[in-house]
Structure formats: structure tokens, C-alpha cells
Design a protein around this ligand. Structure first.
Ligand SMILES: NC(=O)C1=CN([C@@H]2O[C@H](COP(=O)(O)OP(=O)(O)OC[C@H]3O[C@@H](n4cnc5c(N)ncnc54)[C@H](O)[C@@H]3O)[C@@H](O)[C@H]2O)C=CC1
Ligand SMILES: O=C(O)[C@@H]1CCC=N1
Length: 271
């Protein structure tokens, strides 16, 4: 597999670099990020953007979306048009990336932070003129750090709501369950371990069974038993509505970011 260049070694760039089968060449404007990553992963540090682009054919952009506009001119100077690109930036459409990078060899990813454990769930979509070769390479990169799902780009915002961002919602749920355990007399660290194991058993049940989650939950509810009491409390607390609102909020923010990126591009084209 050809070497991958990574720009940005923060939470996600670092997580991906740690799980790749080969050595990635990385660049971060903060040298401490590269030093920290070097302790965890087998990487090659590029001394500059120029150095990085001179040594790889494909580059994964792992900086914050708001950093990208300042990066594009520097990348164009290094002949970004001759490179293939993968972007993991939330809310930055393929059309904007292709225009700014002057390359149609662009694949957009939406991974999640479990990439560090090779357990990410990643959506990918390619520019309409992207080569099959680059799409296959990008897919293999996504699969090297977890599962990959081909999605239409217009589904990316919903995907963020149920995966990229939702892993944080699930972690918050694990914390809340653990706090409930503490209230019942189990120390937090032990409660968290039990909750984490329970998440694994939920996942095993859900992924191996053909049943609807509500059907499985109903099997847990004994008549006049303990579970139905908790289910009623969730219902009174509007649990489903709160979760759906969380998904919708992340989805709407992603769409607003995409709209802003498209508008900024339209304005710059008119200048
Ligand atoms: N954190 C997450 O769970 C997820 C993040 N993403 C996307 O991943 C991207 C990165 O997010 P995080 O890793 O969380 O951010 P982060 O802030 O942890 O990492 C960004 C890195 O970029 C570096 N950087 C900033 N300006 C730079 C420049 N001009 N040149 C080179 N490096 C530069 C920073 O020093 C930092 O190490 C974002 O676009 C985000 O939308 C996507 C999916 C999940
Ligand atoms: O919060 C964010 O914007 C990024 C994208 C998905 C997860 N983290």
C-alpha cells in the first residue's frame, strides 16, 4: 500500500496514524503533537508541508475545518492539483475541497475517534470525477482503522449525528449509567467497567440478532419486574426525544457548516 501523508496530528490524525498498517508521513504546525504521536505510533515526521507533499501521492487532511481556508493556498503552491486527497473535516463539501485543492481526486471521510482502536465507523464519499483507483485506496485506508460505509455525500450530516458525534453521546450515556451505579453503591471505576461490558453484550445481541431493538428490550422487561420501572422513567424523561434532538442538532450544525463553506466559495468566485 502506498504511503499516506497526514496533515494534523491531533485527536483524529493521531488516532488514524496509530492504526494504519504502514508508516504514515505526518506534519503538524505544532511540533509537540508530532513528538507525542511518535511515542505511540511508527511514523515519519515531515519537516514542512513542502517536505510532506514531495514524498507522498495521497494526503489525509486532519485539521479543524476552520483551519482549511488558510491551508489551501499553501497546498496549491505545492501542486495540490497533482495529488490525491482524503478529508475528514466535518462540514466541508467535496466540491469545495476539489475547487480549493484544484484536484478532483478527493474522497471525504467521516470517521470516529475509535480509529485509535481500529474500531472506527467511517462514512466515505468520493468526488464524481474521482478515479476508481483512489476510491479503492481510500476505502482500504478507512478499513484499516475500522468499518467503512459508502454513503451519498448528502447523508454525511445525518451520519455525523448517528456516528461521528454520536460516539460522544454514547460515552455520556455510559457515564450517566455509571453514576447511577455509584448512587446504588458500586464505586465509579467498577461501575464503568460493568457498563462497558454491558455495552459489549448489547452490541453482540443487536448485531447477531435479526430482531428489532424494541423487541429485544421487551424480552428484558418482566411483567411487574425491575426493568419496566426504569423504562417508564426513561419514557417520562423523554429519552427518545432527547436522543433524537441530539442527533438532529449535530446534523443541523454539520449542514450549516456545509452551507457556510459553499457560500464562502461562491463569494470568493465572484471577486
Ligand atoms: N475529534 C473527532 O472525534 C472527529 C474529528 N473529525 C474531524 O477531524 C478534524 C480534526 O479534528 P481533531 O483531531 O479533533 O482536532 P485537533 O485539534 O485535535 O487536531 C488538529 C491538529 O491540527 C493541527 N494544525 C492546526 N493548524 C495546522 C496547520 N496549519 N498545519 C498543520 N497542522 C495544523 C493542530 O496542531 C492539531 O494537532 C476536524 O476537521 C474534525 O471535523 C472527524 C471525525 C471525528
Ligand atoms: O465535533 C465535531 O465537529 C467533530 C466532527 C464529528 C466529531 N467531532
Amino acid at each position: 500500500m502506498q504511503k499516506l501523508g497526514i496533515i494534523g496530528c491531533g485527536n483524529m490524525g493521531g488516532a488514524i496514524a496509530r492504526s494504519l498498517p504502514g508508516k504514515a508521513i505526518v506534519y503538524d504546525s505544532d511540533p509537540r503533537k508530532v513528538e507525542d504521536l511518535n511515542k505511540l505510533a511508527d511514523i515519519e515526521a515531515a519537516s514542512s508541508l513542502e517536505d510532506l507533499l514531495a514524498n507522498v501521492e495521497c494526503i489525509l487532511l486532519a485539521v479543524k475545518p476552520q483551519i482549511l481556508p488558510s491551508l489551501y493556498p499553501l497546498l496549491r503552491k505545492q501542486q495540490s492539483s497533482k495529488k490525491a486527497w482524503i478529508s475528514i473535516a466535518a462540514g466541508v463539501p467535496l466540491s469545495v475541497l476539489a475547487k480549493e485543492l484544484e484536484s478532483e481526486q478527493v474522497v471525504r471521510f467521516m470517521p470516529n475517534i475509535a480509529a485509535s482502536q481500529k474500531a472506527a465507523v467511517t462514512a466515505y464519499a468520493a468526488h464524481q470525477n474521482c478515479s476508481e483507483e483512489h476510491i479503492a485506496y481510500a476505502r482500504s485506508i478507512a478499513q484499516s482503522f475500522g468499518q467503512a460505509f459508502a454513503l451519498n455525500e448528502n447523508q454525511f450530516s445525518a451520519f455525523i449525528g448517528i456516528s461521528g458525534s454520536a460516539i460522544a453521546f454514547m460515552l455520556q450515556f455510559c457515564h450517566a449509567l455509571s453514576m447511577g451505579g455509584v448512587k446504588g453503591g458500586i464505586p465509579y471505576s467498577q461501575a464503568l467497567e460493568i457498563v462497558s461490558a454491558t455495552m459489549n453484550s448489547t452490541n453482540a445481541l443487536l448485531s447477531s440478532s435479526k430482531s428489532h431493538p424494541v423487541e429485544l428490550a421487551t424480552m428484558v422487561c418482566s411483567a411487574g419486574g425491575t426493568t419496566i420501572e426504569g423504562m417508564q422513567a426513561l419514557s417520562e424523561g423523554a429519552f427518545d426525544a432527547v436522543v433524537m434532538h441530539a442527533v438532529q442538532s449535530s446534523c443541523e450544525k454539520s449542514k450549516a457548516m456545509e452551507d457556510r463553506a459553499l457560500l464562502a466559495q461562491e463569494i470568493s468566485e465572484k471577486r
